[in-house]
Design a protein around this ligand. Sequence first.
Ligand code: DAH
Length: 345
Amino acid sequence: MIDDITRISSEAPVQVRAAATIENLRDLEAELLGKKGSLSELKKGLAGLDPEGRREVGAALNVARESIAALIADRRAELEAEKRAVVLAAERLDLTERIGGPVRGSVHLVTQTWDRLVDVFVGMGFTVAEGPEVETDWYNFEALNIPAAHPARGMWDTLYVDLGDPETVLLRTHTSPVQIRVMTETPPPIYAVMPGRVYRRDTADATHMPVFHQIEGLVIDRNISFADMAGTLEAFTSAYFGGSIHSRLRPSYFPFTEPSAEYDINCVFCEGSGCRTCSHTGWLELGGCGMVHPNVLRNVGLDGEEWTGFAFGFGLDRLALMRHGVDDIREMYTGDVRFLEQFPS
Ligand code: DAH
């Protein structure tokens, strides 16, 4: 028996060292020290020995058990440390990946577009106004000559906020409500642009996002005509896109303008000769515009005999996409650095 104990003790260090994982070590521990382990089996044999032999073998068994337990404890600590090191290495953020000094972030493409548009309009003498993104039905619809149940409400898939009476508070579906706020708060003459974030109950796809941006324009003064509007949009177009890009107007319908028009510009890619982006028409649709409807003027307490004006509104994200040849609006909102860094500010 003593020989067996000696053999087990002398083999143990090699076996313990060979245990490559904590699980292996646990199995080995059971094999050596467990209830059915080799030392326990030997211990059963003590019963058949005389007292002298029992003392001698018992002592040897205890010594063997203690030294093996110590070996296993040391190996376990070692394996746990290794495991921690592996986890740490895997979770470590490699901040040294970029070489060549610190990298500066840049202003997001939407913000760049916003800033440039505002710059162009400010250069033309416009002021800038902003309004809240959570609006009431009055500002977003009613005051804009879109009463409840008006079929034109279907033009805007609306997200309502669970506040007050049902369907009275909403996320603004366009920047047009800011026109109402500006007209209510400032006496004419008014020359203002209103950029902002807007919301629609739309599923995201290559051309739609439930959250996007628009810029609204409003002019209210004496003797403002449709020709002033066409001239202003044309001046903006060449200031923003460069002299070779022109604008045109097509008849359209919006409840808050009369007459209303759709505002197109020459395709910025083919400059009018026809390409895939403009579906071979040579034109890109930018937004809507028109002469402010008399009902809208009445709603904000302006005398339509004295004051006339025009308004326009177009999608800011769409404009940025067209200008940079990006074919999926979702790219604007995924925050992918590979996309973002293509537009340093
Ligand atoms: N608010 C309109 C929309 O979101 C765009 C628009 C059309 C704005 C005509 C205007 C306008 O100011 O006159 O579809």
